[in-house]
Design a protein around this ligand. Structure first.
Ligand code: ADP
Length: 226
């Protein structure tokens, strides 16, 4: 049993899901004049929806989560605020997944208040109905049990984080700080229940060395806590 429930999503899934999402939007007879991607996760689905719905106008808005020093309160903010006039346009706000719903709620409020579109609807490939505070107007897949969906556009970022988590947690539990790459790769499969191309593991290790999370000594990796 993996420690963290992860599902690997590949590019062909994304095309199928975006296609299905486009059909749902089409069937509802909503014809957006502009698509707005929530950056960064909404970029690829938003671009595909433009293609599948024949929409030329694509904008984006970036929301970011701030982990406050005291932890606990993770709150989302709009990262680069700008104001445009969408008063003669129907808009579709797109994200990859609605998990807590915070990003979508925040972006929606910001756009309604500042960009004033004629109409604004929301769409996501996936909606985690058991935890989300908001249900998007359109979604391709309802997810009831929480998973981390490992999307193809965050593969390196996720693998890097995943490895870091193994190193930190093992060190905390047992004090172990020295690893061989093969050992780490095996642990990765056990923790997350997925396999990724070896080059992602290698590149993630390089990143962690660059960030001084680990140090390569002879043929081993040494975790540098703190
Ligand atoms: P939302 O506000 O849409 O619920 P969050 O604010 O929780 O999403 O997270 C923001 C972004 O983090 C999402 O758009 C997505 O790119 C990523 N993310 C959040 N939860 C997941 C998940 N369960 N699997 C994969 N990516 C996720």
């Amino acid at each position: 049993m993996p420690k963290i429930p992860v599902k690997l999503v590949d590019w062909s899934d994304i095309v199928e899901w975006s296609w299905g999402l486009a059909k749902k939007i089409e069937e509802s007879n909503y014809i957006p004049d502009v698509v707005i991607a929530i950056s960064r996760g909404g970029y690829v689905p938003a671009r595909l929806l433009c293609d599948f719905l024949g929409v030329e106008n694509l904008l984006s808005i970036q929301s970011q989560h701030w982990t406050e020093a005291a932890k606990k309160g993770e709150r989302a903010i709009i990262k680069f605020e700008y104001v445009i006039d969408l008063s003669d346009m129907k808009a579709l706000l797109v994200d990859d997944i609605v998990d807590t719903g915070d990003s979508v709620i925040l972006a929606k409020e910001y756009i309604l208040r500042n960009w004033k579109p004629k109409e604004l609807r929301t769409a996501a490939l996936q909606w985690i109905s058991s935890v989300a505070k908001i249900k998007p107007d359109y979604y391709f897949m309802e997810v009831r049990e929480w998973y981390w969906f490992q999307y193809p556009w965050t593969r390196l970022e996720d693998v890097t984080q995943f490895i870091k988590r193994i190193l930190e947690s093992t060190y905390k539990e047992s004090g172990k700080s020295t690893w061989r790459v093969e050992e780490l790769t095996k642990e990765f499969k056990e923790w997350y229940g997925i396999e990724v191309d070896k080059r992602y593991i290698d590149e993630a290790i390089k990143m962690l060395i660059k960030k001084r999370v680990i140090k390569a000594i002879n043929n081993e990796l040494v975790y540098l806590p703190g």
